[in-house]
Ligand binder design. Structure first.
Ligand SMILES: [Zn+2]
Length: 144
């Protein structure tokens, strides 16, 4: 069973690599475990590097409650409109901090079946940016 890393020093600065075509097809065993971890910890997002898998893959909870699988994501557009709100992180227990994020973004990713492009706003946009930062080795406690 995978375990969530809660030492910032093991995540900070570690850039995740793209999932290969082969990994994109065989992602299920990882995302299933990530889903369980995220749910049991009452999180709204979790990225593969948080369990020591330094691959570009994360999950986030949509406004409708469903969990979205995101593989090899790109942020194609940021609105430039920002808002500062409190965030937390499963890898940084017991800490919250206000972080500035773009309210609207356009993203591209593989959802496990196909490549999609979509616009996200507010909470979905915030979580996506938080998880995206995990793939770059950036933690919310280190940004304004
Ligand atoms: Zn996090």
């Amino acid at each position: 069973m995978l375990k969530i890393i809660t030492k910032a020093s093991q995540l900070r600065g570690r850039v995740s690599v793209e999932c290969s075509d082969e990994e994109m097809k065989s992602y299920n065993h990882i995302t299933d475990q990530l889903k369980i971890l995220m749910r049991s910890a009452n999180g709204v997002g979790i990225a593969a590097p948080q369990v020591g898998i330094f691959k570009r893959m994360f999950l986030f909870q949509r406004d409708n409650g469903l969990i979205q699988v995101v593989i090899n994501p790109e942020i194609c557009w940021l609105s430039g409109n920002t808002r500062k709100e409190y965030e937390g992180c499963l890898s940084v227990p017991f800490r919250t901090k206000r972080v500035t994020r773009d309210t609207n973004i356009t993203v591209k990713y593989f959802n496990g079946k196909e490549f999609i492009t979509e616009s996200l706003r507010d909470m979905e946009s915030r979580i996506f940016q938080h998880e995206w930062h995990h793939l770059l080795g950036i933690l919310f406690i280190d940004i304004e």
